[in-house]
Write a protein that binds this ligand. Structure first.
Ligand SMILES: [Zn+2]
Length: 357
């Protein structure tokens, strides 16, 4: 007959073993945090602290009425360095590759490291473990940041090749611009038909895409920039309706912040950050109503060397990218992993870890 003491020791051992196996899988540092079911990874292209400041300041000082920005809802924040393998100042190809795969590469290269090895993204990993997957961007979906999640090319300008690789990625929901690289190609191939043959609902207008109520797989190649926060809502709605018990991984890129920085256009940047704020509201509201959802928001780099001038508006130092650090915001299960100073490659490494890799 077991004594009370033996039973206690047995119970304690079981609890300890359970903790070890759990933490060894997800949290080697021993912290117990439930793994997220859904991950939403929002990348603001060119969104540094000047851009974030412009949003906060616009709401706090210049707005018709004071209203907190959506960032006010987020408590867990970090800082990320963005340098690439060959420069202190990254471009979107190397920055996107770092954020997608956890490895640095040379500027201009997508999904291949400096040694020439093909890299695999955290979204490919999510797909392989059974999660639903999606990309939404308000730029051509072949551009460097989204491409880093599914393509491997020496030069980011190889859009016709990136389009071919996109037809092979197996992601469920793909929304962006760049239709002509699928249906009006130099090689005469009709890649829209390739998607249809693979079972995708194919949309080349927003009217079509917004009317889709349910789709196992959908590609929408149209002027997403005109309807951007609605497109983000639609992507989440379609992923949600797939009812996948393993959840989804959605990458959202706000691509146009970068352009206003390159143009040194203060009003354009303020307006774009307001759109970013609307996108943040869509995803934060979703996370609040779906508590297993982790949101990570960051940038591939800063653009414009942006600060806030005495007039409260963005002021610029360069027409190019800068090497300043960028913010990392996290909201939901696993959020505490994204605090403190980190390198851009650490962000997907943490996501891989939360996915159990
Ligand atoms: Zn840029």
């Amino acid at each position: 007959m077991k004594t009370k003491f033996t039973r206690s020791i047995l119970a304690l051992t079981i609890v300890m073993l359970a903790n070890i196996s759990c933490s060894a899988m997800l949290f080697p540092d021993g912290k117990d945090t439930p793994a997220p079911v859904n991950i939403i990874y929002l990348i603001g292209d060119g969104m540094g602290y000047g851009q974030i400041s412009s949003l906060i300041m616009e709401h706090a000082v210049n707005g018709a009425s004071y209203r907190a920005s959506e960032i006010n809802r987020i408590k867990y924040m970090g800082i990320a360095t963005t340098y690439s393998a060959d420069s202190k100042v990254t471009d979107s190809a190397a920055g996107g590759t770092a954020l997608a795969t956890g490895e640095k590469t040379n500027n201009g290269t997508v999904g291949i490291n400096a040694a020439g090895d093909t890299l695999s993204s955290v979204m490919i990993y999510a797909r392989n473990i059974g999660k639903s997957t999606g990309i939404v961007t308000n730029t051509p979906i072949l551009d460097a940041t989204p491409a880093a999640f599914y393509a491997h090319v020496e030069k980011r300008s190889q859009w016709d090749e990136i389009a071919v690789q996109m037809t092979q990625c197996g992601f469920d929901i793909l929304m962006g611009e760049g239709l002509e690289h699928f249906n009006a190609r130099k090689d005469g191939k009709d890649l829209t038909q390739v998607f249809k043959d693979k079972g995708y609902v194919f949309c080349d207008t927003w009217e079509q895409a917004s009317a889709v109520q349910k789709a196992d797989k959908m590609v929408a190649l149209t002027d997403i920039g005109e309807v951007y926060p609605h497109a983000v809502s639609k992507a989440i709605e379609l992923l949600e309706k797939k009812n996948n018990p393993k959840g989804f991984f959605l990458m959202i890129e706000e691509a146009r912040i970068d352009g206003w920085g390159h143009e040194n256009d203060a009003k354009g940047m303020v307006a774009e950050m307001e759109i970013m704020d609307q996108v943040m509201k869509v995803i934060l509201d979703y996370a609040d109503s779906h508590p297993g959802t982790l949101i990570v928001i960051t940038a591939d780099h800063e653009t414009g060397g942006t600060s806030i001038g005495y007039d409260g508006m963005p002021a610029f130092k360069t027409k190019g990218h800068s090497g300043t650090v960028v913010p990392v915001f996290a909201y939901g299960p696993g959020q505490e992993l994204f605090m403190g100073l980190m390198d851009n490659v650490d962000i997907p490494k943490k996501l891989f870890r939360l996915l159990g890799k």
